[in-house]
Design a protein. Sequence first.
Length: 231
Amino acid sequence: MKVLIADDHALLRDGLRPFVSKISDDVTIFESCDYPSTHEILATETPDLVLLDLRMPGMDGTDGVLRLRRAFPEARIVIVTGWVTRSDVIEAMRLGVAGYLPKSLNGTAMLHALRLILCGVPYYPAEVLVADAAPAIAADQPGERSPLASLTRREYEILTQLVGGASNKEIAKVLGLTEITIKSHLRNVFRKIGATNRTQAVALALREGVKAAVNLPTPPKTGDGPTAYTM
């Protein structure tokens, strides 16, 4: 497996390397510190995963992501950044990046997220996804109101759990609510979006672009050209 860590801070690259090396038994890690060297590696190698900082020399924000996506549409890009803004996350979702990981994640949680992404499960910060995805979807088509537009924040949060395949008991545990409360919220969700059961609700949600919620574990926190490392 090949992984590219693209970040202009050597300390961050050094910090990520031990966790990335644990993704599988055989990992080759490439490193870049700016947009040109990132582009160069992607042009000559085929990384299975690209861990990309949003802001480094040669790129600033999602414009660099767009350029990379256009040049290398098959690249599986995961944004790893300290800049977790709502607009950037929504734009990253629109661009089709595989994940958006805050640098505030501890190493164990980040490793878990990367493994999920490699299995095809996208990851975005839940608090941003829940707060903004429904309004963003509604705004995508000014002339057509999304069936999700009338959902409350809590109802949308429960819907993302539903898309992820969680049971009522699991949703209740994750959100700190009772199963009775979850059932009540689901009835409201079904009524508002015109679904009669869970299967219909999930199908409609996926059609509207809803991403499954990913519930990461929260263990205790632990303490100039391209370079390749084989672990």
